[in-house]
Design a protein around this ligand. Structure first.
Ligand code: SF4
Length: 91
């Protein structure tokens, strides 16, 4: 397997650790305006490919959307649901 293919596989593996609980996007607090719920009851981001940057919550709070790995050592409502926190034991 060439290195690029290997990196792609690793990135996919990392993406699949997300349980779509929406908690890191404020689902159980004041959700980001871009957080949506699909028919299966899983959360998704409607601007996923270009999500990083200044964002706004439903109540109008401004915040920066960043990579999950940058906030793993912080806490948010229902963060025990997070697949990355479970894996990294940052609970
Ligand atoms: S923009 Fe960021 S915080 Fe908002 S729903 Fe998308 S991933 Fe979550």
């Amino acid at each position: 397997m060439d290195y690029e293919k290997y990196l792609e596989e690793k990135e996919k593996e990392y993406e699949n650790m997300c349980k779509r609980c929406g908690a890191c996007c404020g689902a159980y607090d004041d959700p980001c305006k871009h957080l949506k719920l699909n028919k299966e009851g899983k959360y998704y981001c409607e601007i996923y490919e270009k999500r990083f940057g200044l964002r706004e919550t439903i109540k109008g709070e401004k915040f920066y959307c960043v990579e999950i790995r940058k906030i793993l050592n912080s806490h948010w409502k229902k963060d025990y649901l997070c697949g990355y926190k479970i894996k990294s034991k940052f609970i």
